[in-house]
Design a protein around this ligand. Structure first.
Ligand SMILES: Nc1ncnc2c1ncn2[C@@H]1O[C@H](COP(=O)(O)OP(=O)(O)O)[C@@H](O)[C@H]1O
Ligand SMILES: [Mg+2]
Length: 265
């Protein structure tokens, strides 16, 4: 049986103003590729913030390789888990190199300079994300799509076992969307990197992920492999819009076609 990376049991949490995530339970196996989908405001970002220790849960437990994450100190947690937030605003003009180097902080002792293996990890992350040519630029001199790749590079420089990504392709053109998702797939297959990401695009979730968690108003409406989750009934119930679900002839995965109102009979 596969080992579990994350085991989430009866998790609830949110903000002072209200509970957003309501009694959620699921498991992500080691080397799994999971996406969290759901309408705007359904709680995807909040769930990732709780899983990455940015927000404390109100109730329930999160086990990371059988250990309760509330008992793991942040530095040790960050050696294993990296988080790529969708919020790419930075209020200081760090260079790309400086941002990506920050990924090494969990691995360094206090005041310690980067060693050879740290520099190698930073350079590898820059090359993998196609950002090496930007390394001396300041973050305020590059585009939103380039910034998104730089923050993914920082997470990869961290050399985590699990990476959590919040809508990692939202600012990317289709070429770079495929480039990043293909890169994550390669790391997932070759390095057994466990991936959990919130995605807007149902078809990208279907093509790339082995498990999909469909959130509706902070609860799991359905979770499982793409063909069980991406049925037209589930999508219509949660997104309240009409769709047609076909099969991608290249890989038999579900393919969601949007239906504009004037196409309906
Ligand atoms: N910092 C915050 N403080 C209070 N409420 C928030 C905060 N961030 C998000 N919310 C609320 O939590 C709900 C879920 O938001 P979010 O997790 O961002 O959803 P999603 O990522 O699926 O669009 C929304 O109703 C949103 O208004
Ligand atoms: Mg969000």
């Amino acid at each position: 049986m596969n080992k579990e990376s994350f085991l989430i049991k009866n998790l609830s949490g949110g903000y002072q103003s209200g509970l957003i995530i309501k009694d959620i339970s699921f498991a992500v196996r080691e080397g799994g590729f999971t996406s969290v989908i759901g309408p705007n405001g359904s709680g995807k970002t909040t769930l990732l913030r709780i899983l990455s220790k940015v927000l404390q849960p109100r109730d329930g437990t999160i086990l990371l390789e059988s250990e309760d994450i509330s008992k793991i100190c942040l530095k040790d947690f960050c050696k294993k888990v990296a988080f790529v937030s969708s919020d790419i605003a930075v209020n200081f003009p760090f260079s790309v190199w400086e941002i990506v180097s920050m990924g090494r902080i969990p691995h360094l002792k206090r005041m310690q300079q980067e060693k050879k293996e740290d520099l190698a990890a930073i350079n590898a992350a820059l090359v993998m994300t196609d950002t090496a040519h930007l390394k001396d630029k300041s973050l305020d001199e590059i585009s939103a799509g380039e910034k998104q790749r730089v923050f993914i590079a920082r997470a990869l420089a961290q050399e985590p076992q699990i990476v959590l990504l919040d809508e990692p392709t939202s600012h990317l053109d289709i070429g770079h969307q495929i480039h990043i998702l293909d890169l994550l797939t390669k790391l997932n297959r070759e390095k057994k990197l466990t991936i959990i990401m919130a995605l807007h695009d149902l078809n990208l979730a279907s093509q790339y992920c082995d498990q999909i968690i469909l959130l509706d108003n902070g609860k799991i409406f359905k979770s499982g492999p793409p063909e069980e989750v991406l049925t037209y009934q589930n999508i219509e119930n949660v997104y309240r819009t009409t769709v047609v679900v076909k099969e991608n002839p290249l890989n038999s995965k579900p393919y969601v076609v949007l239906v504009p109102s004037d196409c309906k009979k």
